[in-house]
Design a protein around this ligand. Structure first.
Ligand SMILES: [Zn+2]
Ligand SMILES: [Zn+2]
Length: 399
């Protein structure tokens, strides 16, 4: 039997000696692939010799090119203080240089942090004795408060002001007390509350994370990279400058945000990299093609048990959690390596050909063929297409 390297898909001959004794085999073609994949494997290795720490979560995030979602990791490594997405991405870029270009281990970062010397050690690492200083050194000099909690967080203070501005901008007004504000929110429909959540993110120069529903419903899920998500945020910001909150909410509620982008001449929303944005925004709020929910799962968000993605992509065919994780890994690989257009995978899922489609792009074990089958959605909802038709007819009758 030919084994496949989990890192590079080439024929493999080595496997993790630590867990091979337990019968759970993870195969590699070479020691370098094993080394590069270690940061993923350590989370699953049956015989790891130490506890997972937040340095490992950070390194895994760097490996997957996504900002860390683990709350303690965000806190430990300054992402919560970095606050806006631009600054978060700069901080993330710095860790990438340290962990990948400079080959620092996650253990070392972890120890520095435990000893309270993270900032000084990182600064020292970024000044290379031979070459020029890393641009991140200069950046960190001006932004040391991100890692030095004894200094006040400049951006958090700004954020509180921006949040108030966002709320004020919805028309609620300044004189409302927090209790009154909560009372008002209770009377708002869910779609209006979705808009407020996005509105606050936009004001605070943040972007929704895959853990928030806004990431899917406002189309951040169609972006290839987190930088594209940041750019999409800027497009929403320019829309915000050209319309009122109510106008925005009504357009979202009527699935006509794309028409609003058009009418306000936010032409970037039609750029090629957002080619699937219109498809996402066209559906009734909260209903998107299941491929985007699958992507959300792959990017570290979670799904509730009734998500269509679970049924459309065969997750519910799995008999046990371990099998389900293995299946999820395949989809994670598809999205993380951007092996194909997500809508092509979705089309394949609709036609019952997930296995055929994916095995044309990567090595997929035969045993997944029977799992990668769509199963009937067990709830008595109308199909997505008829949802849309119904929604559109409501819109037409309203107008
Ligand atoms: Zn390999
Ligand atoms: Zn192992």
């Amino acid at each position: 039997m030919v084994h496949i390297c989990v890192q590079c898909d080439q024929p493999a001959r080595l496997c993790c000696s630590a867990c091979s004794t337990t019968g759970s085999m993870t195969w590699y073609c070479s020691e370098s692939c094993q080394k590069n994949h270690w940061i993923c494997h350590i989370f699953k290795c049956k015989r790891r010799t130490r506890e997972i720490n937040t340095g490992d979560h950070l390194a895994l995030a760097v490996y997957r090119s996504r900002l860390p979602l683990d709350p303690q990791t965000r806190l430990d490594y300054g992402f919560d203080r970095a606050f806006t997405t631009d600054v978060k991405l700069l901080l993330f870029g710095m860790y990438r240089v340290l962990l990948i270009d400079f080959n620092l281990s996650s253990q070392k970062l972890h120890k520095w942090r435990l000893h309270g010397i993270l900032l000084e050690k990182i600064e020292a690492a970024l000044i290379s004795p031979e070459g020029p200083r890393s641009p991140y050194y200069v950046w960190l000099q001006g932004n040391s408060w991100i890692l030095d909690t004894s200094q006040p967080s400049v951006l958090e203070d700004m954020g509180r002001g921006q949040e108030a501005a966002a709320i004020h901008n919805t028309g609620i007004g300044d004189s409302v007390t927090p209790t009154q504000f909560i009372g008002i929110l209770d009377t708002w429909p869910q779609t209006k509350r979705d808009c407020l959540e996005l509105w606050i993110d936009i004001y605070c120069f943040k972007h929704p994370s895959p853990q928030s529903d806004c990431w899917v419903t406002f189309g951040f899920c169609v972006c290839d990279t987190e930088n594209d998500e940041l750019r999409l945020c800027r497009i929403y910001r320019s829309l915000r400058d050209r319309c009122s909150f109510d106008e925005f909410w009504r357009a979202y509620d009527m699935s006509s945000l794309m028409a609003l982008f058009d009418s306000k001449e936010c032409v970037e929303a039609r750029s090629q990299q957002y080619r699937h944005l219109e498809g996402v925004l066209r559906g009734p709020p909260g209903h998107v093609d299941s491929i985007w929910e699958l992507k959300r799962l792959a990017m570290g968000g979670s799904l509730d048990g009734t998500s269509r993605a679970i049924f459309d992509y065969g997750m519910d065919n799995c008999k046990e959690q371990a099998e389900r994780n293995e299946l999820a890994e395949i989809y994670i690989k598809f999205f993380a390596r951007r092996l194909g257009d997500p809508m092509d995978l979705h089309k394949a899922a609709c036609e019952g050909k997930i296995y055929e489609y994916l095995s044309g792009l990567m090595k997929v074990k035969k045993k997944f063929k029977s799992l990668m089958k769509k199963i009937e959605y067990p709830f008595q909802f109308s199909s997505l297409e008829s949802d849309r038709a119904a929604h559109r007819s409501v819109q037409t009758s309203k107008s």
